[in-house]
Design a protein around this ligand. Sequence first.
Ligand code: FES
Length: 265
Amino acid sequence: MTTTPTVLKPAGTAARGLGRTNRRDTWWVAPGIQAVLFTVCATYLFFSGIVWNPLFGTPYLVDGYLSPLFSPLLFPDALPRFISPGLLILWVPLGFRATCYYYRKAYYRFYFADPPGCAVGEPSVHRGYKMETAFPFILQNIHRYFLYLAFIPLTFLWIDAFGAVFGQSGGVRVGLGGVLFFVNVTLLTGYSLSCHSLRHVVGGRLDCFSCTRRQQVRYGLWQRLTDLNRHHMAWAWASLISVTLADLYVRLLALGVIADPAIRL
Ligand code: FES
C-alpha cells in the first residue's frame, strides 16, 4: 500500500501581526536608535545643504574650509540666490546612501517596519508588496552607478582636506577643522571602499581566482575589500556622523559661534 507524502510548507518563524514575535531580547533598541540618528542627520543635512544658505545667507565656505556638502563647488556665482550650489552635487552622495544595501536594510526596518526585525511580524498591508522587483523600489538597483559617481566628490574632499592644511597663505595650518576634514574624508573613503557593489565589481563574475596574473590581482583586492566590507555598517554610521559634524563645524565658524584652534607652521 502506498501513502501520499505530506508536503510540509515552511511556516516561517515570525508571529503574524505588526511587532508580534517570540523573541525575548530587546530587538527594537537598535532600530529605534538608528531611526533617531538617521532622522536627525538627514534632516540637518537637508536643511544645511539646500535651505540654510539661500534662506539665511549663512556661508558654507569660511577661512579656507569648504563644507563637505558643497564640494566640488559648482557655479556658485551663476546660480540664482535662492538655489543652493549644494543641489548640484548632493544628489550623488544622497543617491549613493539611499540605495546602499546596508541603509536599505536599516530604513526598511525603522521606517517601513518591513520587517521591524528578524522574526518580528510586519504589517499585513505588505502582503501584496513586490519588494525591489517593481517600481519604485526597483530603482534601488542603480546603486552601482551611484558608486562610480561617488568617487568624484570623494576625490574633491581629499583635495579640500589637504587644501585646508597646506593650501593656506602663510604656511601650514593644522587646525581642528583640518583634522575634522581628514577624519571625515577617511571615513567616507572607508564607506565607499567597503561597498558591497564594489566588492562584486572587483571580485565577482570570476570562475577562477588563480588562473591568470590578472585574476590573482583581482582576488587580492577582493580580499582587502572584503575585510573592509565586514564593517560596512560601522563605516556607514561613522561617516554619516562625521559629514554632519564637519558641515556643522564650518557653519558655526562662519557664524562666529566657535573659533578654529590651530597651530601654524
Ligand atoms: S552597499 Fe552600502 S555603499 Fe554600496
